[in-house]
Design a protein around this ligand. Sequence first.
Ligand code: CA
Length: 233
Amino acid sequence: MSRILVVEDEAHIADGLRYNLEAEGHDVEIASDGRAAAERLADAQRPLDLVVLDLMLPEMNGFEVARRARAAGNYVPILILTAKDSAEDMVRGLEEGGDDYLTKPFQLDELLARVRVLLRRRRWDGVDPDGEGPRSEQFGDVTVHFDRFEMETPRGLVALTTREVALLRALIDREGQAVPRGDLLEEVWGLKPGTRTRVVDSFVARLRKYIETDPSHPRHIVSVRGHGYRFIR
Ligand code: CA
C-alpha cells in the first residue's frame, strides 16, 4: 500500500481521485490548498510515496509547493495536473521538480496508469525498471543504483526521482558523447526537442550537486556549449 497526497481544491475532482486511488489499495490524503500541502510535505515523520499536485490552488500555487519540497530535499515523485493548453505551466511545473504531468481534463484511466508507473519505479523490486542496462553504475566516489532509485555519494545516500534516474541513464548510456538538449527533452520528459525550457539544465544542476565534488567545475556531467551535455566516467 502506498501513501498518496492529492493536492486539489476542486472537491469533486479530489473526491473522485480519492475514491479511485483507494479502490487501487492506496492510502489517500487530500490537501485543498497549497499551504496545507506544503505543511504536509514538510512532515518528515510521515513520508509520502507520491503527490498528485494541481497547480492552480488557493493560498500557495503548486509551483511553490513543489519548489519548497525540492529545496528541502524532499524528492517524493510528483505528478502535476495542469490546465489544458498551458504548455508554459507544464514546463515550469517540471522545472520546479515535477516528475510527470497530465493536462486537465484528464482521463481517469490515464491518471491511474501514470500513478502506477511512478510508484512502481519507486519501489525496490530488484528489477531494472527499464529492462535494459546494468542495475548499478560506479564512477568517481558515486554509485548509482538504478533499480532502487538511490545513489551513494560521499555526502550520503540520495533518493532519486524518476526523471533524475532517466536523465542519468540517458547520459551514461552515451558515455563520452555530446548529447543534444533536444534529445534529452524528448527522451526523458517526452517534450518536443524545440521546447524552450531550462528543465534539462535545472535537472543537470541538481545531479551535479549530488555527484560532483565541485559542482561549479563538473568532471562527470560536462556542458557542451550550445549543444547539451556529455557524461565522463
Ligand atoms: Ca485548482
